[in-house]
Design a protein around this ligand. Structure first.
Ligand code: PRX
Length: 649
């Protein structure tokens, strides 16, 4: 398979697809270019059910603070549930499969009852109101979705924290969001064994905290500590609540959720998404990119703790009235055939996962897909990191039987939904390539001067006009919002949104994402700030200085490589023990997802005379590349050679 090979959409599929060919795609993109507000206003009216109609499509007079659908009122939980009740009340909204194979089908009517009861519980027992922040720290069980939708129903702002984050990470987020309640579970099951979440929450709440209440869903029924007056059992309380709760009428720009993500400083930022624009784009991209039909069953393997879980497990599928699968377990347990067994069993039509998962499933179960009937599959999706040719090929051939479109969806926590992606019935696909901006998204690769990057030359992936699902702010930090996203690139003298990614056009105008240009690394499709990991490592008593970089990793995409200067090197009898101690601190400060794959204790770090660490050199050394940078201006050029020998010989 050469990079140049093009895979045309399946003709039969294209006939019934929502966007059937590139002419239709181009028509939509032309419409948006010529009449931006007309385009979005029309979709805003058609796709959403308004309690009060909007009066202005977009106001960007205070850019980068932009308002969409001004004057409109709606409720996101009603968009996802209530409006489907007339036509789909007995349709499966959520199909849940537990780690141990336990199954649950939740219809739209049941979802309505469960979410309404949940909202009433939050409102009546815990006084959760519009604008309150609610932390959700949950396993992949339907109650996680109910919790999100219950917050949306009340107008409370949820902030879901991925279950792999540590107590310290929760503490930071709770404090930043000033949250009054945490919804969690005792734990869940992984590889047929219980694992625990509630003890992590208990630890996070030690000392001063704004959190006054903890609501615990009992999932694995293991014993947990119980703080009287603070902790409450969901299972005991939920059925005492009525199954009707009026949805709060929300302004289009009222916040829906915060989701903390890594940036180039040590502190994760609370990315804020608001109501109308977000839910509109979640629904539209679901429809366009996955082309889900009324009887289809769609499965996204992400975790609700990440943006993919928000937009493409919960909000997007439910807003369009689709059936979404939630899976608690691990894709390789009990063997690497588990996802394919589930595809066969539930007749999954669209399957969406990360390249890391594809690489692991390929490595651990190359022949597993062949053992199952995967003929229901129509669209395969990838997200989170570039997909390499061997993984793409296996996905296309072994899983998709050379018959499915692979949609390589490029987007970010900040974009709310897909921004660059193939359309399965229209776009001729080139492996490893996110292809073209979706209609309505003015994405362009620019050079440093803000001109369109020439073909073949790496530039900066930008979005030059505000779009409905774009990040509305960094919680509590306007300056950081402006500086992080709108400070670097200008087009025609005006700041534009810069994604932080590099990208390149090919001769046909296809966009390939080349990876981050900042100090963010992408571990198994999860974003990790090097500064965050460095801050954790510095908490070790014997660490004087540290620099963290990404290093290509065969399964994870990128692994974490730390160069550490110890205060007392001689005192370290056993380097391995010291490494273990440092990783133990990372586990406490951030969680297992940030553990270092490589650590090297160095005698010094390559720094400029002004003291800036030259991470580019360290990246090259980690990759085993030749050092081509000029090192003569460094404070101590000799250290480069020393480190290089330590790492690469
Ligand atoms: O570097 C890009 C990479 O993931 C980053 C966004 O990470 P996060 O906000 O955690 O969201 C992940 C899920 C949307 C981007 O800045 N990325 C995402 N999708 C792709 C990608 N890199 C290459 N190809 C993709 N399809």
């Amino acid at each position: 398979m050469s990079e140049k090979q093009v895979f045309k959409p399946n003709k039969e599929f294209a006939k019934n697809a929502l966007i059937k060919n590139m002419c239709e795609y181009q028509d939509l993109q032309d419409w948006a270019t010529e009449d931006y507000e007309g385009f979005w206003g029309s979709y805003g009216k058609e796709k959403l059910d308004w309690m009060e109609p909007f009066t202005k499509v977009m106001d960007d007079s205070n850019f980068p603070f932009v308002n969409w659908f001004e004057g409109g009122k709606l409720n996101v939980s009603s968009q996802c549930i209530d409006r489907h009740l007339d036509t789909k009340k007995n349709k499966a909204a959520i199909i849940f499969e537990g780690d141990r194979g336990d199954k649950q089908i939740v219809t739209y009517l049941e979802l309505y009852y469960n979410v309404n009861k949940f909202a009433n519980l939050l409102k009546n027992k815990f006084d959760v109101k519009k604008g309150d922040r609610v932390i959700i720290y949950m396993p992949m069980i339907p109650e996680a979705a109910y919790a999100m939708l219950a917050c949306a129903r009340l107008g409370a702002i949820h902030s879901v924290i991925f279950g792999g984050f540590s107590a310290e990470a929760i503490k930071d987020r709770v404090k930043d969001a000033d949250a009054k309640i945490i919804i969690t579970a005792d734990g869940a099951f992984r590889k047929d064994k219980p694992y625990m979440l509630k003890p992590v929450v208990d630890k996070a709440l030690e000392g001063a905290t704004p959190v006054k209440k903890v609501l615990v869903v009992q999932r694995n029924f293991e014993d947990v500590e119980w703080v009287a007056g603070r902790d409450y059992s969901y299972n005991e309380l939920i059925d005492l609540e009525s199954s009707h709760c009026d949805p709060e009428p929300m302004d289009s720009e009222d916040p829906l959720f915060l989701l903390y993500t890594s940036g180039s400083t040590g502190k994760p930022k609370g990315v804020q998404h608001n109501s109308a624009g977000y839910i509109l784009w979640a629904q539209m991209t679901m429809e366009w990119v996955f082309d889900v039909k009324e009887n289809d069953t769609y499965w996204c393997t992400a975790d609700v703790g990440w943006i993919t879980g928000h937009t493409y497990i919960v909000y997007g599928p439910l807003a369009m009235g689709a059936t979404t699968v939630m899976f608690e377990g691990v894709p390789t347990y009990p063997d690497a055939g588990r996802p394919w067994k589930m595809v066969e069993e539930y007749r999954i039509n669209q399957f969406y996962t990360a390249p890391t998962a594809i690489r692991v499933l390929h490595k651990m179960g190359e022949d597993e897909p062949g053992k199952y009937d995967l003929s229901s599959l129509k669209v395969l999706g990838t997200v989170g990191e570039p997909i390499d040719p061997p993984a793409w090929k296996w996905y296309y051939e072994a899983v998709g039987n050379n018959n499915c479109a692979i949609v390589d969806t490029y987007w970010q926590t900040e974009t709310g939904g897909h921004v660059i992606s193939p359309l399965p019935g229209a776009t001729p696909i080139k492996p490893g390539c996110a292809t073209f901006p979706l209609p309505g998204i003015m994405a362009e690769i620019l050079d440093d001067e803000g001109n369109k990057a020439p073909v073949g030359e790496k530039g900066l992936m930008c979005i030059t006009r505000p779009w409905p699902a774009m990040i509305r702010g960094v919680w509590g930090d306007k300056e950081r919002f402006i500086k992080a996203y709108f400070g670097d690139v200008k087009k025609d003298g005006k700041p534009v949104y810069f994604t932080g990614d590099g990208a390149v056009y090919d001769d046909d105008g296809y966009i390939t994402i080349t990876g981050r240009t900042d100090d963010v690394i992408n571990v198994s499709g999860h974003r990790m700030g090097t500064a965050e990991v460095e801050a954790a490592i510095k908490k070790h008593d014997n660490v004087a200085e540290v620099a963290v970089v990404g290093k290509p990793h065969p399964l994870k995409g990128e692994g974490i490589f730390a160069y550490i200067l110890l205060k007392e090197d001689d005192g370290v009898a056993d380097e391995l023990e010291e490494m273990k101690a440092i990783n133990a601190i990372i586990k406490i400060e951030i969680g297992n997802i940030a553990l270092c794959d490589d650590m090297v204790f160095v005698p010094g770090l390559p720094k400029t005379r002004s003291g800036k660490i030259m991470r580019r050199i360290l990246r090259s050394i980690a990759k085993g590349e030749e050092i081509t940078q000029d090192i003569s201006t460094l404070e101590d050029p000799g250290v480069v050679d020393t480190i290089n020998k330590m790492v690469n010989s």
